[in-house]
Design a protein around this ligand. Structure first.
Ligand SMILES: Nc1ncnc2c1ncn2[C@@H]1O[C@H](COP(=O)(O)OP(=O)(O)OP(=O)(O)O)[C@@H](O)[C@H]1O
Ligand SMILES: [Mg+2]
Length: 307
């Protein structure tokens, strides 16, 4: 693929391109002929059930796990030359990545040192990233004694120290309070607007829904890469018409006689509908006391695709 994918105009277009990636740990097939295409300047959510291979894929993109077969390009460099782009990457692992006995300041200095950031520049960057995560006052606290959410915020601060072009954030918002979460997402969107690429994993559907793109993984396979709305279509989800009726049994019988699939919850009837015209016909037939059109959610798509 190198020749094909590295040709203009693909170059500079993707932050990550991977094809035919397979990986087994002993006899466990963790990734199976997986492909991934992550454009630059987007927020991209890796979504999938526990154990579907999201962390393994992220670790591969960082060059931390070897592929059995296939290839990955990161910022247009193949994995065997990944050291060339390391200074432009930021990785926040799922497992607790900081030294617990060091202070927050010392952890940040350690990360800065990895990227050769020293002196006044280091002091400036540390102050900047602490401000982004709104924890400037924790500088001298021992990292292992921080609360779970604060720890996550400092981990993110460390990941941002080198102003990376490509961020890989493995469940960065676990344990984060809603206000801070909101500000993190504002920041991620801002990064993408400025041309940075943010790859993120989360099990919170509202967060996945905010991403430009979702890559849905199941059993080590990439089922789909698309916008959240496209993913709902891919899962075959339709709008549902929910109607409150006076005589549910009678109305249900009428609809079933028309060949419609209807479900009933108390005095509510629910039908999947695709066309607006069909919806009008149903409403004319049933004349409900009240009705609601329910849009499919990403959670519905997850539940459908995860099995
Ligand atoms: N180093 C390893 N040795 C053996 N098995 C591993 C190793 N790393 C990952 N696995 C296995 O690979 C599978 C995928 O794990 P991975 O951590 O990539 O999943 P995930 O999608 O990130 O899950 P989660 O949502 O729970 O974080 C799991 O069955 C896991 O136990
Ligand atoms: Mg994981």
């Amino acid at each position: 693929m190198s020749a094909e994918l590295m040709q203009e105009p693909t170059k500079d277009k993707f932050a990550v391109v991977g094809r035919n990636i397979s990986k087994s740990f002993d006899k466990l097939h963790v990734l199976q002929d997986l492909s991934v295409h992550i454009p630059r300047g987007v927020t991209y959510c890796l979504l999938g059930p526990n154990g579907s291979g999201k962390t393994t894929l992220m670790r591969m993109i960082m060059g931390l796990v070897k592929l059995d077969s296939g290839e990955i390009y990161v910022l247009d460099e193949p994995l065997d030359r990944i050291s060339l782009v390391y200074p432009r990457l930021g990785y926040m692992p799922q497992q607790r990545p900081l030294y617990p006995d060091l202070t927050v300041q010392e952890n940040l200095e350690f990360y800065a040192g990895l990227y050769g950031i020293r002196g006044q520049e280091r002091a400036r960057k540390i102050a900047e990233v602490l401000q982004i995560v709104d924890l400037s006052q924790t500088q001298n606290r021992v990292t292992g004694m921080l609360s779970g959410g604060m720890y996550q915020r400092i981990s993110l601060a460390c990941t941002l120290i080198n102003n990376p072009d490509l961020l890989l954030l493995d469940e960065p918002t676990v344990g984060i309070d809603p206000v801070t979460k909101q500000s993190f997402w504002g920041y991620f969107r801002e990064l993408a607007k400025n041309g940075k690429t943010v790859i993120i994993t989360t099990h919170i559907m509202e967060e996945a829904e905010r991403c430009d793109m979702v890559g849905f993984m199941r059993n080590g396979i990439m089922l789909a890469e698309s916008s959240p709305d496209e993913l709902k279509k891919f899962a075959g989800l339709k709008k549902r018409l929910q109607m409150k009726v006076e005589d549910p049994e009678h109305e249900m019988a009428k609809l079933v006689a028309e060949g419609l699939e209807v479900s009933r919850v108390g005095d509510q009837l629910v039908i999947e509908v695709t066309e607006a015209g069909k919806m009008r016909d149903i409403l004319d037939t049933v004349m409900p006391v009240d009705f609601n059109v329910i849009e499919p959610t990403l959670e519905d798509a997850f539940l459908k695709l995860a099995i």
